[in-house]
Write a protein that binds this ligand. Structure first.
Ligand SMILES: [Zn+2]
Length: 243
C-alpha cells in the first residue's frame, strides 16, 4: 500500500480545493461518523498492541445509523488518519471514502443485518485460532463463556471474504455474541466498540486457558455443566446494571 497524502486539516467530506488526487466517493462525513471513526481506529490499533492481531490481519467495524464504518483493506492501522473514513451502507455499497473496505465485509454486514450489533471485531488471535482447529466448540472451561451467550461454537471453514463464510459464521453465532472461525480466527460483536473488543479479549483468554489446562500430560480439565453455565449467565445478566 503506497503512502497516502494526508490532509492535516482533519475530517472533511468534501475536498474542494484540496491538493488530493483522490476523489471523494459518496456523501460528506457527518460529525458522529467522524467521532465513531476515531474510536474505530483506536480499537483497531488496540487489537495490534494487545497482540490479538499481527499487521492488518483483522478488521473492525462500527454502525452509525444505516452506515457501517469499516477498516480499509491492507492499510496498517497506525497509518489510518481522520480523513480515511471508509463507510458502506447495509448492502455493502461504499458511501464514504476512497479506500477499499476490508475483504471481510460480508461477515460484518451479515452480523449487522441479523443482530442489533453496534460494532464488530474480527481477529486472528493465536490461541483462539488454535482452538478453532481442534474442536467444533470451545469446551466449557470457564463461566465467562456465559457472558458470550454460552459455549462458543466454531464456524466450519470457508474461504475468507466469501458469503459462505459469512453464512457459516451466522449459524455459529446464533444466540451468541462470539464465535470462532475454523482455521481462521474470531468474530465478536457488541453494542459498542469497547464491548465487542472486550469480548474478543475474553474469548482469546478463555481459549488460552483451555489450551493451557489441556496440555498437562495425563490430566484433562474439569468442565462446567450446562446448568452451571446457565446459572453464571443469570448472574452475569444482573452484573453492571446497578443504577
Ligand atoms: Zn480474517
Amino acid at each position: 500500500m503506497a503512502e497516502e497524502q494526508r490532509d492535516p486539516g482533519g475530517v472533511r467530506g468534501v475536498r474542494e480545493g484540496a491538493q488530493d488526487v483522490r476523489e471523494p466517493r459518496g456523501r460528506s462525513v457527518r460529525p458522529e461518523e467522524a467521532h465513531a471513526w476515531e474510536a474505530l481506529v483506536a480499537t483497531a490499533r488496540r487489537t495490534v498492541s494487545d497482540g490479538l492481531v499481527v499487521g492488518t490481519s483483522g478488521n473492525v467495524s462500527v454502525r452509525v445509523e444505516d452506515t457501517v464504518l469499516v477498516t480499509p483493506s491492507g492499510v496498517p492501522y497506525d497509518r489510518l488518519a481522520p480523513d480515511d473514513v471508509t463507510g458502506v451502507d447495509l448492502d455493502g455499497r461504499q458511501v464514504l471514502g476512497t479506500l477499499v473496505p476490508t475483504s471481510e465485509l460480508p461477515m460484518h454486514l451479515a452480523v449487522y443485518r441479523a443482530t442489533d450489533a453496534g460494532a464488530v471485531v474480527h481477529t486472528h488471535a493465536v490461541h483462539a485460532t488454535a482452538v478453532s482447529t481442534l474442536v467444533p466448540e470451545l469446551p466449557a472451561i470457564h463461566y465467562m463463556a456465559a457472558a458470550l451467550g454460552g459455549a462458543v461454537r466454531v464456524a466450519p471453514y470457508a474461504t475468507y471474504g466469501t458469503d459462505e463464510l459469512a453464512e457459516n459464521m451466522l449459524h455459529a453465532l446464533a444466540d451468541r455474541s462470539a464465535c470462532l472461525l475454523q482455521n481462521h480466527g474470531t468474530l465478536t460483536y457488541g453494542t459498542t466498540l469497547d464491548q465487542a473488543y472486550d469480548r474478543t479479549a475474553q474469548l482469546e483468554w478463555m481459549c488460552r486457558l483451555w489450551l493451557t489446562a489441556s496440555s498437562v500430560p495425563g490430566l484433562s480439565p474439569a468442565l462446567l455443566s450446562e446448568a452451571q453455565m446457565a446459572e453464571a449467565g443469570e448472574r452475569l445478566r444482573g452484573y453492571g446494571q446497578r443504577g
